[in-house]
Design a protein around this ligand. Sequence first.
Ligand SMILES: Cc1cc2nc3c(=O)[nH]c(=O)nc-3n(C[C@H](O)[C@H](O)[C@H](O)COP(=O)(O)O)c2cc1C
Length: 250
Amino acid sequence: MEASILNTFYSPAQLARWRGAVPGRYSCRGYAGAPDADQLAALSYAAQRVCLPGTRIEIASCTEDLFVRVPLVERIHGTDQYAAIIADMEQSLPRTLAGISGEAFVLEAAALGVGTCWVSGTYRRGAVNVKLSENERVVAVTPLGHAAGDPPQKRRRKKLSDICTSAPENWPLWAYQAAEAVRQAPSAVNLQPWSLSYGQRTLRLLGRKADSLDMGIAILHMAAAAGGSRQHWEWGEGKCVAHLIVEEEK
Ligand SMILES: Cc1cc2nc3c(=O)[nH]c(=O)nc-3n(C[C@H](O)[C@H](O)[C@H](O)COP(=O)(O)O)c2cc1C
């Protein structure tokens, strides 16, 4: 199995900040204005720091026309700032790497009090005003702003037992917490297209599509939850997208 760049890329302090931001993050569609100048400066800094090689995040101004209206879903409105999540499509697993980097950015934004909403489908490609090099593609955008209104009371999520292939209460605490962090992760159309198995000290993320934003997002949540412990990541094969081994304290 190929060793993953995740073993060394993010610091324990970054992972701890993102772990703290997971419970409060939600997909925000109504905004009461753009981030202030200090928040924008911090977001620009974060965009430089969190991107894995082959991914890039650009912050830019937009009109509300960037976002397409969707029946039965609140229209995205109230801010003129957004971020474009960009992948170099020539590298291996471009969408997964963009999902990891993008969710690190989303959780940095949450830690700064800035609302976000991953949008990979319902935006106008022609309204994205960032320059791309030949192999690059915008794989998603997110509005950035001050949330209007209160967060939703409850997340619509599958039960933990429904996304774990054996009883998670019998797993070590780090694996249980990593599975719970995946459960809370956002996914396209809230499909939650993942499951987790634990055995031989290894937590495996399973899914049908190895290269997807959703899988990258799940990986970032696993890494954030496992936090300060020594993590060893490997990419998987077949249905296994990636494995995580954590050095348990004696
Ligand atoms: C990769 C990805 C793509 C998404 N694309 C869209 C989109 O095109 N349009 C949209 O309105 N919401 C989109 N969403 C937001 C999801 O619908 C939302 O995250 C999900 O319903 C869970 O909601 P929560 O994040 O508030 O828990 C996307 C989310 C993810 C993770």
